[in-house]
Ligand binder design. Structure first.
Ligand code: APR
Length: 307
């Protein structure tokens, strides 16, 4: 079993460490264009393995030979957001980086599932889908798991309850237009609408929508990485262990929810084949309108990508 993480920056290095901590694969290959960085970080992680008592070997590389035959490739390479920069500003730059990486990944690991983390990730997933030639079930964007995790963490804080008991569902594109669905959010099965006043729910929804920029404003020189990396590895684990988890992910829609030819965040079943099922919720008119508005933004950004 082999997992590759492309990009050994904040998100990629954290993802590699999480993957090795969970022993998801015998080998975790960490790739970056910067010479020495993936090798140094990989060796440092491997040196932590005896203490952590894990046998996943992390190996750094500047090329793709060592990645051959990976089951999963998590792509985090590219530029991160700086204050004042929207995810869409990253578009052109990251699209060309992702196009180049995907071609090499597809050549070395033709049966892999690609998990896209580089932003704007719904658009980058689209680029990877086109460039890899992989079927739709084997290219997935990481967004919903992160956005739902943020919503869950805020609900748990508000109610002073364990995050373990909180589940949440956030659909749509990964950006200000995302669609948190409070009526599908529960605390141990109890809808949050019965536990929290509407005004407070609205505040938590807004904080979730702005969750990324809240971190960017603190960090000033980059964007979030612990939660994004952990979310990507949660998806990798569901696939590698064939867990059939139901998680919100950016999946390629072909008519579901009235959306065609785009990666948009919806609940999916994740197992060994990647996206094994797209779950179509019965949305209210208002929710569907918000999802379509979000998809429209993803569509416009995809059209701007010259691939
Ligand atoms: N091939 C491999 N690695 C690359 C390439 C490439 N063509 N181009 C850039 N990289 C590497 C950089 O050298 C850097 O080490 O990608 C890494 C990006 O790391 P950071 O700058 O630390 O960015 P990070 O915070 O990890 O975010 C990466 O994830 O969540 C998203 O919005 C975020 O798009 C951003 C991505």
């Amino acid at each position: 079993m082999k997992i590759t993480v492309v990009g050994a920056g904040h998100v990629g290095a954290t993802a590699a460490l999480r993957a090795s901590d969970r022993e998801l694969a015998n080998e975790v290959i960490l790739v970056d264009i910067l010479e020495g960085i993936p090798q140094g970080k990989g060796l440092d992680m491997w040196e932590a393995a005896p203490v952590q008592r894990t046998d996943s070997r992390v190996i750094g590389a500047n090329g793709y030979d060592a990645t051959a035959g990976s089951s999963i490739v998590v792509i985090t390479a590219g530029l991160a957001r700086k204050p004042g920069m929207s995810r869409a500003d990253l578009l052109a730059k990251n699209a060309s980086i992702i196009a180049g990486i995907t071609e090499k990944v597809a050549e070395k690991s033709p049966n892999a599932v690609i998990i896209m983390v580089t932003n704007p990730l719904d658009v980058m997933a689209y680029v990877a889908h086109k460039k890899s030639g992989f079927p739709a079930n084997r290219v997935i964007g990481m967004a919903g798991v992160l956005d739902s995790a943020r919503f869950r963490s805020f609900i748990a804080l508000e109610l002073n309850v364990s995050v373990r008991d909180v589940s949440a569902m956030v659909l749509g594109g990964h950006g200000d237009s995302m669609v948190p669905l409070p009526r599908f959010c529960t605390v141990s099965g109890i809808p949050i609408t019965e536990l929290i006043e509407q005004e407070t729910i609205d505040r938590l929804v807004e904080r979730t929508r702005k969750g990324g920029i809240e971190i960017v404003n603190y960090l000033k020189t980059g964007s979030a990485y612990y939660a994004p990396a952990t979310s990507a590895i949660e998806m990798a684990e569901a696939i590698i262990r064939d867990q059939k988890r139901i998680l919100p992910c950016a999946a390629y829609l072909q008519g579901e929810y009235g959306i065609d030819g785009l990666f948009v965040g919806v609940p999916v079943k994740l197992g060994k084949d990647g996206v094994e099922e797209i779950i179509e919720l019965k949305l209210t008119d208002e929710e569907l309108k918000a999802l379509h508005a979000s998809a429209e933004i993803v569509k416009r950004n995809c059209e701007k990508c010259d691939i």
